[in-house]
Every structure is written in structure tokens, then in C-alpha cells.
Design a protein around this ligand. Structure first.
Ligand SMILES: [Ca+2]
Ligand SMILES: [Ca+2]
Length: 287
């Protein structure tokens, strides 16, 4: 009966049959993942080698596709329409295989799900030019281009700002005294940069090296000589990058109070004159 069952479907050309549980698995050997099981508990058969007594429906099936041939009296036959589990094309992004239980979908690359209905990267959920990679059923990850971040690469920095960590940084080309630089950053909805850990310190340092320029930051000891605070909320500067010999408050009569990454100090920190004009770095959280 398993072989007869197979014969009804135009794609079926082999069966696996497990007598103990009366399980019949219909196979299309041309389809991926359909294999005859060579196991002592299975009875398997390749339909191309199958012989049975001929009748009006076998070996030549006179009925059209998706119709069932029924032998009748006097070596006649009748064709009755039937619908295979694959007739309705249930596999949205894949190939339909008829099985004993119904059908099984073999999904295209980048699709998954019982009916290959999940295509998590179509349409591309990654924004701002991000690349989508399928990880599994409805699972994906976005690989973001530089200066974008977030699960969907939805986070960006304004034009002219550079992303690092969770922040955007602006390296000025213009030179201002420290007080004016502070206002400039405030007007851009930011503050003078306050790199609070070694990772941020090296990022800004490496950028300054690239620009070959001195850039001032948001720290100073204006309030109490020798006590360097970040400007935004007067936090003590806990991580620093002073060049050896700095801070020195200046070697002549001038007071040096403002923290800058100095090209003359190996791009490490120097306390410099707040009333001198320098380039500077603003920061703000990315949006
Ligand atoms: Ca000082
Ligand atoms: Ca100094």
C-alpha cells in the first residue's frame, strides 16, 4: 500500500516503510534531504525498480497531473481529481516535498519556518546601509557601516561628527579660547569632550595624532589650582593621560589650567593656557 500511495503523487519515486509502526515516508529522490534509509527495520523501495501486476492505471498512468487513476471493471479506469499537500504551494520561499504526514518545505537560503514564511532579512531591517545576516528563524543581525550603531544601525552621528562607543565626537578646525569652545559645543547640543576611561582617551589621542593638531578637552583646574575637574558636572578627573612633567601650571608667570591633547607633548595631556586659542573636541551621545 505504501508503494501504491507513492504512485498517486507525481513527485514520489521512492518510499521508506517501517512495518512496526506502519509508517510510510514518501520520497522524491531528486529533492534535497530525501534519502532511502538503508536500515534493517525499514523496508525501502525505489519506485523505478518496482513491478506489480499491470492494470489500466499502471505502469502508464493515463490520467493528468493531480488526478488519481482508479482501475475499474473490464480493464478500464477513472480519473478523479485530488489535491496533493503541495498543490496550494504552501512553501512561500522554498520547495514543497510531499511526505506521509503531508508536506515538508525545503527553504531557500535566507528563509526559514514551517512554510519558509520567515525571511528575516527581507525587507532589510538594517538601516543606514547596514548588512543583514540571517541567524535563524526570525533571527538576524545587522552589521553597521562606520558612524552607525544599534540593533538596526538606527543610531547615527550628525554630519562631521565621529562615532565611538556610545558617543559622537566633533574635532574642530577652528581655534577658540577655552570659554568660547565650551559655548561652541553647547550650541551643538554637546559639551567639550570628557574622556572618562582609557578607551575613550586613546580614541581621542589617536584621532589627534591623525590630525597632527592640539585639541583641548573639557577639563581644567580653574576652580582649585592642582585639582582637575571635568567641566560638565565638576567630577574629579579619575583617568588621565598626562605627559611626564605635566601638569605643571606653566613654567613662567602664566597659569595653565585647561586640559589639552598636545601635539608638542607626544599627543598626551598638557595643562595649557585657557586664554590661548586652540582647536577642541566636542562630544554628545549618539541619537
Ligand atoms: Ca593650573
Ligand atoms: Ca603645562
Amino acid at each position: 500500500m505504501c508503494l501504491r500511495h507513492c504512485h498517486r503523487y507525481k513527485d514520489c519515486n521512492a518510499v521508506n516503510y517501517l512495518p512496526q509502526i506502519l509508517k510510510c515516508q514518501l520520497l522524491a529522490l531528486t529533492a534535497q534531504n530525501d534519502n532511502l534509509i538503508l536500515d534493517s527495520e525499514y523496508m525501502f523501495a525505489n519506485m523505478t525498480n518496482w513491478k506489480m501486476s499491470t492494470d489500466s492505471c499502471w505502469p502508464t498512468n493515463p490520467c493528468k497531473e493531480d488526478t488519481r487513476c482508479l482501475p475499474t471493471h473490464s480493464n478500464g479506469h477513472a480519473c478523479s481529481t485530488f489535491v496533493t499537500p503541495c498543490t496550494a504551494s504552501p512553501c512561500i520561499h522554498g520547495y514543497c516535498n510531499i511526505t506521509y504526514a503531508g508536506y515538508k518545505c525545503t527553504c531557500d537560503a535566507e528563509s526559514s519556518g514551517v512554510n519558509c514564511e520567515c525571511k528575516p532579512c527581507m525587507p532589510n531591517p538594517c538601516r543606514n546601509g547596514g548588512t543583514c545576516t540571517v541567524l535563524g528563524e526570525n533571527e538576524y543581525s545587522c552589521k553597521c557601516i562606520p558612524n552607525t550603531a544599534g540593533r538596526y544601525c538606527q543610531r547615527t552621528c550628525d554630519t562631521g561628527w565621529v562615532m565611538s562607543g556610545y558617543k559622537c565626537y566633533y574635532f574642530s578646525q577652528i581655534e577658540y579660547i577655552w570659554r568660547t569652545a565650551k559655548s561652541y559645543c553647547t550650541n551643538k547640543n554637546g559639551v567639550l569632550a570628557e574622556p572618562s576611561n582609557s578607551q575613550k582617551i586613546s580614541f581621542l589621542r589617536n584621532k589627534a595624532v591623525g590630525f597632527k593638531r592640539t585639541f583641548c578637552l573639557g577639563g581644567s583646574d580653574i576652580r582649585t589650582e592642582g585639582t582637575f575637574l571635568w567641566n560638565r558636572n565638576s567630577r574629579l578627573i579619575s583617568h588621565s593621560d598626562w605627559n611626564p612633567g605635566q601638569p605643571d601650571n606653566g613654567t613662567d608667570a602664566q597659569n595653565q589650567d585647561c586640559v589639552c591633547i598636545s601635539s608638542k607633548q607626544g599627543y598626551r595631556w598638557d595643562d595649557m593656557d585657557c586664554e590661548q586659542q586652540h582647536q577642541f573636541i566636542c562630544e554628545k551621545p549618539y541619537v
